[in-house]
Design a protein around this ligand. Structure first.
Ligand code: GLP
Length: 240
């Protein structure tokens, strides 16, 4: 696991965008695993700028997002599909039919999860998986538990996550209590993983990624067993 500590959010976002841009240049038909949350917004902004400037193209790129609230319609303004369209897809030269987000309205979430994992595999697996982290160390929506799931599945959100994400909704009661998320196995299949963490409230997670232990109660620690992880964080997340 490699750590890059940046002075601030802007520097972190640019460093993240450069890693994605380098992949797009060396492998134009790549598969990106994408994340939502406030942390990658700056990186998506930089990628939009680079695309507009003609420095990179998304025209042959395929994407799979980590997760989606359940049940939530794709056109709901807090859905992760809406987030991705708004922050990236609507502004770059990507073929939207090659962008994928779990279906937050799936009638059979277990079947949706299995089909999603198969689609990722059929696409040749993810080249770079972007991850943010929850304050409790969740990745995607793999929340701290005694045992974690391998594949994409329906999960319940912890109160801590509902509280943290309520800032985007009218009230805490409006936050869905469930989500469909890639499982740990789906995430770990990515050839490279890029973790972004910004701010003091992510220090707990960074601290626990720096030591030599892993626990399902801090899911991000499992990333230590992956051979190619880059963590880009700002000084606030690193030093607390
Ligand atoms: C949500 C998403 C995660 C994301 C996390 C952190 O819970 N499911 O993928 O990493 O939020 O969000 P933020 O970047 O806003 O702190």
């Amino acid at each position: 696991m490699k750590f890059i500590v940046c002075e601030n959010y802007e520097e972190m976002s640019k460093a993240g965008a450069k890693i994605i841009a380098d992949l797009l240049k060396s492998k134009p038909k790549c598969v990106l695993g994408l994340a939502t949350g406030s942390t990658p917004v700056g990186m998506y902004e930089e990628l939009r700028r680079m695309n507009k400037a003609g420095e990179i193209t998304f025209k042959d790129v395929t994407t799979y997002n980590l997760d989606e609230y359940y049940p939530l319609a794709p056109d709901h303004d807090q859905s992760y599909r809406y987030f991705m369209n708004h922050n990236l897809f609507d502004h770059v030269d990507i073929d939207k039919s090659r962008t994928h987000v779990p279906n937050g309205l799936a009638e059979d979430p277990a079947a949706e999860g299995a089909a999603y994992d198969k689609a990722v595999e059929d696409a040749g697996n993810v080249d770079i998986q972007v991850l943010g982290v929850g304050q409790n160390g969740h990745i995607g929506f793999n929340e701290p538990e005694d045992a974690l799931y391998v594949g994409t599945h329906l999960t319940s959100l912890t109160d801590n996550t509902i509280e943290a994400n309520s800032r985007f909704f009218a009230s805490k009661a409006d936050v869905p209590t469930k989500a469909i998320t890639m499982g740990m196995g789906t995430i770990m299949k990515a050839r490279k993983i890029l973790v972004l963490a910004s701010g003091k409230n992510k220090h707990f997670v960074i601290e626990n990624m720096l030591n030599d232990r892993i626990t399902c109660h801090i899911p991000s620690t499992l990333l230590k067993t992956h051979p190619d992880v880059i963590v880009i964080c700002d000084r606030a997340a690193f030093e607390g």
